[in-house]
Write a protein that binds this ligand. Structure first.
Ligand code: PGA
Length: 253
């Protein structure tokens, strides 16, 4: 049985002080929640204070990106050991905003994925098609290319330590959500791909999260789908009440 995961991707929002306040509020609201893993992914500058705010709770910490090297002359970058010392257990990789605005390729995502696993961080690997690709019936092709690119060279044991997030680009921050059926179909495809590459047992162990305009109004239905093992939440994770409701809907499903 896969334990559902609800991860908040705060993107480039919240100063350190605001981040501390939001994390403290969430700690209070989620202190009695069991049966769901909650992960907060604040900006790098707030990792320490969010960790401090969450102390003594079961809420986990993640980062939104990292470099694949351990150290080096890479101005503006953050390494896996730096994330570990900040208290991170998870790292989001290959988010569509990284791919779109910072030219991240499948090769980059692959290098980061291998590095995260080497250093003991659990990667949340994002894949998803753009609107024109969906309309041209290329969703399957795009997802397969991104999955194969990201997971290239991994063995089943490594693959089993990952989390996948299906985030249709046309649904991110747009208010448009994939219908539960549409999302479930792609999750099924992802699980089949994982099964054919790494074996059925491995594929059954991997959490596949849905992301793209998840909010309290739609989270229950989405998370109730058999192949949807949680949510990667952007906008709605910036509001404690909304995020709490989404987490609660994961517990019930
Ligand atoms: P959204 O973002 O919930 O604001 O659509 C999701 C994401 O980008 O992870």
């Amino acid at each position: 049985m896969r334990i559902p995961i609800v991860a908040g991707n705060w993107k480039m929002y919240k100063t350190e002080e605001e981040a501390f306040a939001l994390a403290s509020d969430l700690k209070r609201r989620l202190k009695d929640v069991f049966g769901v893993k909650v992960i907060l992914c604040p900006p790098f500058t707030s990792l320490f204070s969010v960790r401090k705010a969450m102390e003594g709770s079961s809420i986990l910490l993640g980062a939104q990106n990292m470099h694949w090297e351990e150290k080096g002359a890479f101005t503006g970058e953050i390494s896996p050991p730096m994330l570990l010392t900040a208290g991170c257990k998870y790292v989001i990789l290959g988010h569509s905003e990284r791919r779109m605005y910072f030219s991240e390729t499948d090769e980059f995502v692959n290098a980061k994925l291998k590095s995260a696993l080497k250093f003991g961080l659990s990667p949340i690997v994002c894949v998803g098609e753009k609107l024109d690709q969906r309309e041209a019936n290329k969703t399957e092709q795009v997802i397969e290319r991104q999955m194969d690119g990201a997971f290239k060279g991994l063995d089943a044991q490594q693959a089993a330590a990952t989390i996948v997030a299906y985030e249709p680009v046309w649904a991110i921050g747009t208010g448009k959500t994939a219908t539960p059926g549409q999302a479930n179909d792609v999750h099924l495809l992802i699980r089949k791909l994982l099964g054919s590459r790494f074996g059925k047992d491995c594929a059954e162990r991997i959490n596949i999260l849905y992301g793209g305009s998840v909010k309290p109004e739609n989270s229950g239905e989405l998370l109730g789908m058999p192949e949807i093992d949680g949510a990667l939440v952007g906008g709605a994770s910036l509001d404690a009440e909304s995020f709490e409701k989404i987490v609660m809907s994961a517990v019930r499903s």
